[in-house]
Design a protein. Sequence first.
Length: 236
Amino acid sequence: MGSALGDPDGEADDVDGSEVASEVADVAVVGEGPDWSVSPHATRSANERNASNARTRACYRPPSRRMPRVATLAPRPAADSQVTLIQLMEITDANLAGFVHGGVIMKLVDTAAGLAAIKHAGGMCVTVSMDEMSFLAPVHVGDTVTVQASVNDVGTTSLEVGVRVESEDLRTAERTHTSSAYLVFVALDDEGSPRAVPPVVAATPTEQRRQHEARIRRETRMAHRKAIEELRRDRE
């Protein structure tokens, strides 16, 4: 890489040269080798330890800045939060049958859907359920996988995200629709509690169809949950 770890400018740590020289003089005694029973970390100066800790802290955002959330609930177009991920499928992604493992595809689906939900909600969202996941065709090692995610509809604190997965044979440029999925997310505030999300604007006929279908799936989920609860109460 050519740069110091955690330092994009590639500059060395700001350590006093006299301190280092003094430490080396203490260890390099004529006629004696280093004492390997002492950990090298024990001889690190305070400046070195502080610089190392600063590099570690720089890798992480402070909690207050990790996932800022929007202060407005103004409606947002569905197109504004659409996400596309493209990834090459390698031999490490294969299952025993020689195809790409379904779990690899599901992880990409969840990642893309989560990004779309976060973009629309303007803050942290967590997966509540995968309402439906269909595997329509196998994906082969060496193919590229394109994962497209879009917010279909929202409730008060929840969002449904639809995902379409396509594979492409790089030799022939043939594209295949391999999977479709619908996931439900809930937006969280700084305390980890559900919070309201902006309405979604379905501008195109395709987006309007997706929104209508999402509402049907939501009604189906609620009816299914209610039927299960009633059945369990009757058997108690």
